[in-house]
Ligand binder design. Structure first.
Ligand SMILES: [Zn+2]
Length: 309
C-alpha cells in the first residue's frame, strides 16, 4: 500500500513538472492557440451588408458588397480572387461573380467553406436578407480571420457564391444556385474536383431563435462530427431533427464530394422571416453567428482527423 502511495505521489510530481515545463516561456507550446470566432466582429460585417440595402445578383449593391468583402480580406493581408460569369436566367443574362480566398495548407487537398452573399430579388417590398444572404457572407469573412494564422494540414478555400437565389421560380438545375453550379462546372472542366475533400456550407445562420436541423443531403459523418461538437459545447440550437434542404451544396454532393449544409430554414419560416420584409437586423443576432462559429471551429479538428484516415 505504502509503495503504491509513494508511486502515485511520484506520478503526480512528474505530471506537475510536465505541465509547468509545457507552460514555461522556455518551452513555448508547439501548437498555435485554438482559433476563436469573434461574433461581434462578424455581426458588424452582417450589418454593413444589410446597410447596403437589397443585394440581388447583378445589382450595384451586390458589387458594393463584393468590394466590401474584398476590402476586409485585403486588410488581413490576403487576396480575393473573383470568378465572374454570365448566368442565363429567366429574365435574361445576369453578370455574377463568386469570390474565392485560399489559405494554402501542407497538402493541396482542399476543404471548402462556403456560403452565398446575394439576396433574393423582390419587387413588391424591400428585402435586405439579414439572415438570408448577409449572415453567410459575413460569417465567412470572420472565419477567414479566425483560421488564417492557424497551422493547416489541408488547404482551406473560402467561397462566397453569387446567385444562390432564384430569379423567378426555384429550380436547382435552371433557376437558383447559379454560383455553385458554375463553380462545380469549372472545377469539373479543370479536373480540380478530386482535390476537394469536403465542403462546408453555411446559410441563414443569423436567426435570433436559431434552430439547426440535420440536412439529409449532407454526409452522415459530417453531420455526426458537427452535432457531436455542438453537444460537447452545449449548443442546443443544433437539434436532432432530420430535414431535407436544397441548397448550394447539392451540386457538390452530386459530384461525389462529402458536404454539409448548416442552415436554419424551417425555424425562420416558422418565425415568419424567410423571404419576407422582416428578414432584418431585429431578427438576427451576433450570438447566433457565434454559436455556429464556435461549433464549426470545434468540429474542424475532427473533420481534418477523419479526412487524414
Ligand atoms: Zn433565400
Amino acid at each position: 500500500m505504502l509503495l503504491r502511495a509513494l508511486a502515485s505521489i511520484m506520478v503526480v510530481t512528474v505530471l506537475v513538472a510536465a505541465v509547468v515545463a509545457a507552460a514555461s516561456p522556455q518551452n513555448p507550446p508547439s501548437q498555435a492557440a485554438a482559433p476563436t470566432f469573434d461574433a461581434a466582429r462578424a455581426f458588424t460585417h452582417l450589418k454593413a451588408m444589410v446597410d447596403m440595402g437589397p443585394r440581388p445578383s447583378g445589382s450595384a449593391a451586390l458589387r458594393q458588397t463584393r468590394a466590401y468583402i474584398t476590402r476586409q480580406i485585403a486588410a488581413m493581408g490576403l487576396t480575393v480572387q473573383e470568378q465572374p460569369f454570365t448566368a442565363t436566367t429567366p429574365v435574361g443574362p445576369v453578370e455574377m461573380s463568386n469570390l474565392i480566398v485560399t489559405l494554402p495548407g501542407r497538402r493541396p487537398d482542399r476543404i471548402l467553406f462556403t456560403g452565398h452573399y446575394d439576396t433574393k430579388l423582390f419587387k413588391d417590398f424591400k428585402f435586405v436578407g439579414a439572415s438570408d444572404g448577409a449572415s453567410s457572407g459575413a460569417f465567412l469573412i470572420e472565419l477567414v480571420q479566425a483560421l488564417k494564422d492557424q497551422p493547416r494540414e489541408f488547404t482551406y478555400e473560402f467561397v462566397w457564391f453569387d446567385g444562390e437565389e432564384a430569379v423567378a421560380n426555384w429550380n436547382l438545375n435552371s433557376d437558383a444556385t447559379y454560383g455553385s453550379r458554375f463553380y462545380v462546372q469549372q472545377a469539373t472542366k479543370a479536373g480540380a474536383l478530386s482535390s476537394i475533400k469536403a465542403l462546408i456550407l453555411v446559410d441563414m445562420i443569423g436567426n435570433k431563435t436559431l434552430k439547426i436541423e440535420r440536412d439529409s443531403y449532407s454526409a452522415g459523418w459530417l453531420n455526426d462530427i458537427v452535432w457531436g461538437a455542438a453537444k460537447r459545447l452545449g449548443k442546443k440550437q443544433f437539434v436532432d431533427v432530420e430535414t431535407t434542404i436544397e441548397d448550394d451544396h447539392v451540386h457538390f454532393v452530386r459530384a461525389g464530394i462529402p458536404s454539409i449544409d448548416i442552415i436554419d430554414l424551417n425555424k425562420y419560416i416558422e418565425d415568419g422571416h424567410w423571404h419576407t420584409a422582416s428578414d432584418t437586423l431585429e431578427n438576427v443576432s451576433a450570438a447566433s453567428l457565434g454559436v455556429v462559429g464556435d461549433v464549426l471551429l470545434a468540429a474542424l479538428p475532427d473533420i481534418v482527423a477523419y479526412l487524414k484516415k
